[in-house]
Design a protein around this ligand. Structure first.
Ligand code: ADP
Ligand code: MG
Length: 693
């Protein structure tokens, strides 16, 4: 039964309460809920209980589980065994081992933060995220820092950003008299898209193996044009996979809720129920890991790449985000009374202003070589950040801004803090699927994230930029003599100054690009274009003032992201060359030799040879073109080595190398369309996309 297995592998609250002495449990709760320092004596008792619980479940090892800047998680297993007199061992796990670890960190990306002479980093338990058992190992979710205290991971900054928004939101809430609220947390529900392909097909494609996406592949006769896959009946093999995946996720306390087929053939989605942001980030990492692992058991491979197939929809993540108080109030939920409404509008305005002023950071937070295939020219959503509020809410904001009567029931001027907001429905029909940042009734859905990346970076940015706007609002309102008047003016001013970011139209329409330019919105098409803004003074000031990243930490992240971009494209280019030189050209050249033989034999018999002759001519010409295109790519790759710095190198990859790759691909894909299936060295798009039944 689901209720029996749910969270069975998690040292969760119920388990803690059952297994810890009352005092220890209470002390740990104080750490979890209020961020109080964890006493070593408490840690020792907790560690012991955790170990006993884990051993009962057959566990022998533990690990600190962390999220370095690689996008995936890291672990280093240590066993519980400790030698005892008489050649025996006992199973031990100390409080110190629970709360702190010292993995050798020299091989993780640090962006130059960690000099090799102090190669060791340390990990520290994030007690707000429960320990869990995975593959027979007790995993302790931790942050990962250098000895100087600089963050080397994704979680540290995320936790700091949650602290920042907590601080500022509490200031604002106090102005509204919410005396009972002691903490504010952001919540996230990330919807995860993925592709499932047959493992036998996958194993035959070097591009999928090395890069996670197909670098060649002619379009299949059928793609997604019939829209018959979206929400379609789930095939038995996929259904078995989903069932297995759900069970594994449930055991780990991940609230996997909905699953369905996506737009593209072989594409699916899993959405969990939302939870506190740092836990949602941990759970999303676990989800991606388990999606891959469970697929193997079913003879499948799960592709998390943003663009596995050209000409077919790519995969993203929809980051549903909101802010909640510990008293259970969702601050992005419109309220009932004038005061609640005013509070909602103020938080809404903070988000509007944040998204407008930090478009660049939001774009940067989703920038990667893989995601550029979705956000650039190729596929919607576009690289422009804008917000959808829906027509009702937009009309209300306009009425406030212009001091005009809202065209609802009341026909009177809206006075914030005095009047009730006109009721507006969460509009089910007008759900704008093309907006990158959409208000969906009681939360925002940010849709630009790539499917393969950690959600930590995006949520760190979201939390911090909204914290900054709340800080500015609190500064103004705390000093105001007439609170309601000041609030009214502040809301009006914010709408007036930042309404350019609101766009309720079709974000996929070409005219939007021009319109956005006219409005002065950014259109950062590629990762290097976006990263060029990361260290702008306003961004450094933001992160430093809220203590989310130091300047050194931000610089390091910039370096890691930029290097990663070039490295990924380099691997892709090398893979293309390998496939071209070693598989495609030999196979097709061999086939033209066969054709020539046939042609001569048929000619000797006086038979018509139009087909053989024409095909031979076509393929030979394409062989020559492919040979030249591959040669150019090879030479440009060699030349790229002389780029003076990381920016220049990324720029070469963005322009020259990606162009070369596209040129080579066009020739090779054309060749595929006329080469006999049994000669072509790889499974076709059709076989891969429609191969799972
Ligand atoms: P929709 O139909 O708009 O996609 P759903 O209710 O299906 O809405 O929710 C989509 C995702 O948003 C789910 O993962 C859900 O848990 C999440 N979500 C709902 N409420 C919140 C919230 N307050 N904060 C963060 N995520 C939320
Ligand atoms: Mg959704």
């Amino acid at each position: 039964m689901v209720t029996d297995i749910f969270s069975s592998m998690v040292f969760d609250d119920a388990t803690m309460e059952a297994r810890l002495p009352k005092e220890t449990y209470k002390a740990l709760q104080r750490t979890i809920k209020l961020g109080k320092h964890l006493d070593m004596n408490v840690a020792t008792v907790v560690a012991n209980a955790m170990k006993d619980w884990a051993i009962e479940k057959g566990v022998t090892h533990y690990t600190h589980w962390f999220q370095p800047m690689t996008g995936v998680t890291a672990e280093k297993h240590d066993s519980f065994i400790s030698p005892k007199a008489g050649g025996k061992v006992i199973m031990e796990f100390s409080g110190k081992e629970l709360i702190q670890g010292e993995p050798d960190a020299s091989s993780f990306p640090s962006g130059g933060l960690r000099a090799t002479f102090e190669a060791r980093g340390y990990t520290a338990w994030d007690a707000t995220s429960y320990a869990f058992i995975k593959d027979g190992v007790l995993c302790i979710p931790t942050v990962f820092c250098s000895y100087g205290g600089e963050a080397l991971d994704q979680k540290t900054a995320l936790l700091r950003s949650m602290e920042a928004i907590n601080r500022q939101a509490l200031r604002v809430l106090k102005l509204f008299g919410n005396a009972d609220v002691t903490s504010v947390k952001t919540t996230v529900g990330p919807e995860q898209e993925y592709f499932l392909v047959d493992k036998a097909m996958f194993d035959k494609r070097k591009d999928l193996i090395y890069t996670g996406r197909t670098l060649f592949g002619a379009k299949a006769p059928k793609g997604q044009e019939l829209d018959d896959h979206y929400f379609g009946a789930i095939k038995p093999r996929v259904a078995a996979y989903m069932k297995d995946l759900n069970e594994e996720l449930w055991k780990l306390g991940v609230l996997a809720k909905t699953e369905h087929n996506e737009v593209a053939p072989a594409q699916h989605e899993m959405a969990p129920i939302f939870t506190t942001t740092n836990i949602a980030a941990d759970h999303n990492q676990l989800t991606m890991e388990l999606m891959r692992k469970v697929a193997q058991r079913h003879g499948l491979v799960c592709l998390l790449h943003e663009k596995p197939f050209d000409g077919v929809n790519g995969s993203g993540k929809h980051n549903n985000w909101s802010i909640s108080t510990d008293t259970g109030v969702n601050l992005l939920e419109p309220g009932e009374t004038p005061y609640e409404n005013a509070q909602f509008l103020l938080f809404l305005c903070a988000v509007i202003k944040a998204v407008d002023e930090y478009q660049d950071l939001l774009r940067i937070s989703v920038a990667s070589a893989g995601n550029d295939h979705r956000l650039g020219a190729n596929e919607a959503p576009p690289a422009i950040v804008s917000m959808f509020l829906g027509s009702d809410l937009s009309e209300i904001l306009e009425a406030i801004e212009k001091d005009t009567p809202y065209d609802g029931k009341e026909k009177e001027l809206l006075r914030i803090g005095v009047h009730t907001l006109p009721k507006f429905q969460r509009d089910a029909t007008d759900r704008n699927r093309t907006s990158p940042f959409a208000f969906t009734g009681n939360k925002f859905e940010f849709r630009m994230l790539g499917s393969a990346e950690s959600i930590s970076c995006t949520n760190t940015v979201l939390n911090t930029i909204v914290a900054e706007e709340l800080r500015q609002f609190a500064d103004i309102l705390e000093g105001a003599e007439d609170f309601e008047g000041a609030m009214h003016d502040l809301i009006r001013k914010t709408i007036r100054d930042h309404k350019r970011i609101i766009f309720n139209g079709d974000g996929y329409d070409a005219s939007w690009v021009e319109e956005a330019e006219r409005r002065g919105l950014l259109n950062l098409k590629s990762t290097p274009d976006a990263l060029a803004h990361m260290l702008d003074k306003k961004n450094v000031d933001l992160f430093v003032s809220h203590k989310v990243y130091s300047e050194a930490e931000l610089t390091a992240r910039h370096e890691v992201k930029l290097e990663n971009y070039s490295k990924i494209i380099n691997i892709e280019a090398q893979t293309m060359l390998d496939m071209t030189w070693r598989d495609v050209l030999p196979a097709v050249s061999g086939y033209t030799a066969t054709l020539t033989e046939r042609l001569q034999a048929k000619k000797a018999l006086g038979l018509a040879v139009d087909y053989e002759e024409e095909l031979n001519r076509k393929l030979s010409a394409l062989l020559a073109s492919a040979y030249r295109a591959a040669g150019k790519l090879e030479k440009d790759l060699l030349d790229s080595k002389s780029a003076p710095d990381a920016e220049a190198l990324a720029d070469v990859f963005k322009t020259t190398i990606l162009d070369d790759m596209r040129d080579l691909r066009i020739v090779v894909d054309t060749m595929e369309t006329v080469t006999p299936a049994d000669v072509w060295p790889y499974p076709s798009y059709g076989e891969i996309l429609f191969g799972v039944r």
